[in-house]
Design a protein around this ligand. Structure first.
Ligand SMILES: CC(C)(COP(=O)(O)OP(=O)(O)OC[C@H]1O[C@@H](n2cnc3c(N)ncnc32)[C@H](O)[C@@H]1OP(=O)(O)O)[C@@H](O)C(=O)NCCC(=O)NCCS
Length: 167
């Protein structure tokens, strides 16, 4: 019913319009957006889903971030058009994109979101990972892409643009 493809430059503004529709006004004021400023998204994992009429039904994007010397994926935004919510497309976008990330060697993924939704995909609270304020710590969630990948990782999430390079 849906066709998934990597997001292209031609898709960019259509995806932005979908996010504007699905999120509250002012979404770009969130601290997670500051982690994206001036950093290219992870193109190989950022996906669009189109329906049989080729209309955009959902999208997911990823950015790289650092916590100390460790790299992680920042999942989001993910959104599904209101006419297609509850059909499993959000889950499909999350799982298909993370499978690509694992294949590209990424070890861990984090996001800021609703635990009741994301726990079904194996996301748990990251008690030792701090998002820039204002962020509710209970919404900082992570999932391992390889076993133990979040063990011992603590500190403030930094932009790839600002963080010192890995040793
Ligand atoms: C969140 C979102 C991406 C889920 O996409 P979706 O395709 O509707 O989700 P799925 O079909 O995979 O899953 C639907 C289930 O998730 C539940 N769900 C959806 N959003 C939820 C939330 N914020 N909290 C808890 N559960 C939620 C639904 O109740 C449904 O439950 P059920 O399976 O028990 O009936 C979509 O609702 C959306 O775009 N919302 C607005 C934007 C947003 O909040 N994005 C996420 C934050 S980055």
């Amino acid at each position: 019913m849906f066709t998934l493809a990597q997001e292209t430059e031609e898709d960019w503004w259509e995806v932005e319009a979908l996010y504007d529709l699905c999120f509250a006004p002012g979404r770009e004021a969130l601290s997670s957006y500051r982690l994206r400023d001036g950093v290219a998204r992870v193109a190989g994992m950022s996906l669009v889903a189109r329906d049989a009429q080729n209309i955009l039904a959902g999208a997911i994007r990823y950015w790289p971030v650092r916590i100390g010397a460790s790299e992680a994926l920042l999942l989001g935004p993910v959104a599904v058009h209101p006419t297609h919510q509850g059909e499993g497309l959000g889950g499909l976008l999350i799982e298909e994109s993370l499978a690509k990330g694992s294949g590209q060697g990424w070890e861990r993924v984090m996001l800021v979101g609703d635990a009741p939704y994301y726990k079904r995909f194996g996301f748990e609270k990251l008690a030792d990972v701090i998002m820039p304020p204002p962020t509710n710590p209970d919404r900082v969630l992570g999932r391992e892409l390889v076993p133990g990948a979040w063990d011992g990782i603590s500190g403030t999430v930094q932009s790839f643009a600002d963080a010192a390079p890995s040793p």
